[in-house]
Design a protein around this ligand. Sequence first.
Ligand SMILES: Cc1cc2nc3c(=O)[nH]c(=O)nc-3n(C[C@H](O)[C@H](O)[C@H](O)COP(=O)(O)O)c2cc1C
Length: 394
Amino acid sequence: MPVEFLGIAATNDGSETTARSGAAFDKEYTLRLGRAHEDHGWDRVLLAYGSGSPDPAPAAAYLASRLDRLQILLAHRPNVSYPTYAAKTFATLDQISEGRLTVHFITGGNDHEQGREGDTLTKDERYARTREYIRIVKKIWTTREPFDHEGEHYRFHDFVSDVFPVRQPRPDVSFGGSSPAAYAAGGAEADIYCLWGEPLEQTARQIEAVKAAAEAAGRTEAPRIQVAFRPIIAPTEELAWEKAHRTLGAIRQRRRAGSRPGPHRDGVAQAPAPQNAGSQRLLAIAEAGERYDRALWTPTAAATGGAGNSNALVGTPETVASALLDYYDLGVDILSARGYDLLGDAIDFGRYVIPLVREEVAKRDAARAADRTAAAATATAAPDLDRPRTAVRG
Ligand SMILES: Cc1cc2nc3c(=O)[nH]c(=O)nc-3n(C[C@H](O)[C@H](O)[C@H](O)COP(=O)(O)O)c2cc1C
């Protein structure tokens, strides 16, 4: 299965290291960043959601209407709208983008941030609501007859939408979270399960938890897995590590100055002890060590309080590509990456890392296909013999 790359669609040039130079919604920058991704080999970009941030849905419509190929991953918090309304917004967006929409349903890992927009449920209650919400959205996308819904969080009668997605049977559902409630909800409902980058061993365990949850929900196919990193690349290892330490210094300086983090402003970064399991895991991993595996570096996560996608991969493009391939070999289908200079790093990563990973993935996939063909031929020739098991990814 070809690997996919997810980048970030910020609406301004601010990041953990850099103050934004203009307004929160900088129309020209939004398009320039999206176009840089489209022109440099990325498949899709995430439009994140934060309580005070520009609304990602119209920003997504803007990008989709100006770009031809780039796919959209729209973050959406169920607490901010009714599912009938959201389903129509998504279907309209899928029409505008001609089938390029995936929706990332955010349960919310921080009570304070959720409360900013009136959400008073506990995290576990929020997961139950997200699950009901996703089911309703899926049903609206695929149902041509009016229906009633009587659930725990939503009740409505005689609803049918008059706008349907281009993508059939429906757009993909993406989901993130690292608590047991998250695995249960996402394992049951998600087409794509998103994790923040952790060492290989911990990532493997999370993938197992997602697969077990999918199986427990009666699914025969587990969600595709996405893992996110902050790559820091340079032409030599030495230069990459210098850049990594410079980046860490800039993050610390900005936080000392009391600046807010970048596009993913869910408030977690400001909290001394994050409530969400994903951030708690990142902090515990950083506490236990700075470097893991080939290139994973945790001080960037520690410095931001484990604020979302925050573990770095440091090295030359070759080193970072090899590190990403280790995750592919583990069963990861989608690699998500975001630099600290959003625009420049999207171009560099697209130019120097993406082609290396794609080339190696194509070779690995071809070798696996050949193994499968050979195994099938052996089975046909000697159907009664005990067949050797071929290790097939996924
Ligand atoms: C790839 C990815 C993207 C996310 N994007 C957002 C976002 O834009 N806004 C937000 O508030 N939370 C975002 N989250 C947070 C999660 O959706 C979820 O609310 C949180 O991690 C749940 O906490 P848990 O780990 O305790 O289950 C994202 C998570 C992942 C894995």
